[in-house]
Design a protein. Structure first.
Length: 267
């Protein structure tokens, strides 16, 4: 019995030792694992912080690169603007050098036109036509140098109309038509440009009416009627078909010319 009891006691002790060792082992595992887990957690936190830091640094670098590119673009733009400015200054200097010459030549042309006006007013029609023709030659020569000057072109068209007016007074409707035709060619171009001045458009209308009257006096009723219809159509487009649009006088003149020509055609 004693031996059996001793064996049982031994077994109990051994089980107790095993249990104690198991608990101790578990404690050791816990003691080891906790710091390890804490270390891993710390590494994870550090990794996240490092990742965020690297991402910010990357963004900062990208931003620096973009700023550098923007700075380069700004420098290129500044260089381009500087070149344009230099070209503009050079152009202005060139124009400034030409201005006195242009003014002098324009003054000569204007004096011939004024002379023609004075001669026409005094009914010296042949002499007036000569003066206007001299003005035409002067203006054409000037436009050879300044072909892009719209104002000079318009002045040339005015002189052509003056020639046509004198020729009508001299009972030369065919010659008048030729002069009015030249004026119309110029004014059609001017009236069609972007942001064309109102006086250029009004000038085209006047030339159409002048041609209508000259054709009527030349006995070309169909051409006279056509030009009057073109004048009316043109001014209707300008006014949008509305009264008090600044074109009432022109609308009235075109309608009167058209009615007169239609009345003559019926007779």
């Amino acid at each position: 019995m004693e031996s059996g009891t001793g064996a049982d006691l031994l077994a109990e002790k051994l089980e107790k030792f095993r249990a104690d060792e198991s608990r101790a082992s578990k404690r050791r595992v816990v003691l080891v694992m906790v710091p390890l887990l804490l270390g891993i957690l710390a590494l994870i936190i550090y990794a996240k912080q490092l990742s965020a830091s690297l991402e910010k640094e990357h963004e900062a670098r990208l931003l620096a690169v973009e700023r550098g590119n923007a700075a380069n673009r700004e420098r290129e733009r500044a260089d381009e603007l500087n070149k344009q400015l230099q070209t503009l200054v050079a152009g202005l200097q060139s124009q400034q050098e030409k201005v006195p010459e242009k003014i002098a030549a324009s003054s000569t042309c204007a004096r011939n036109v004024q002379k023609g006006d004075e001669l026409q007013a005094s009914r010296r029609l042949e002499d007036a036509e000569k003066a206007y023709n001299q003005a035409l030659e002067c203006q054409k020569q000037l436009l050879e140098k300044y072909s892009d000057d719209n104002e000079l072109q318009f002045q040339l068209s005015i002189t052509y109309n003056s020639v046509g007016s004198v020729r009508l007074a001299l009972n030369n409707p065919a010659g008048a038509l030729a002069a009015f035709e030249e004026a119309l060619k110029i004014r059609e171009k001017l009236a069609s440009v972007r942001n064309a001045e109102t006086r250029w458009k009004r000038g085209k209308f006047n030339s159409l009416l002048y041609m209508s009257e000259a054709a009527a006096r030349a006995g070309d009723s169909s051409r006279a009627l056509l030009r009057a219809q073109q004048a009316l159509s043109f001014v209707n487009d300008l006014s949008g078909g509305k009264a008090n649009a600044g074109w009432d006088t022109e609308l009235s003149l075109a309608n009167e010319q058209l009615k007169r020509l239609q009345s003559v055609a019926k007779d």
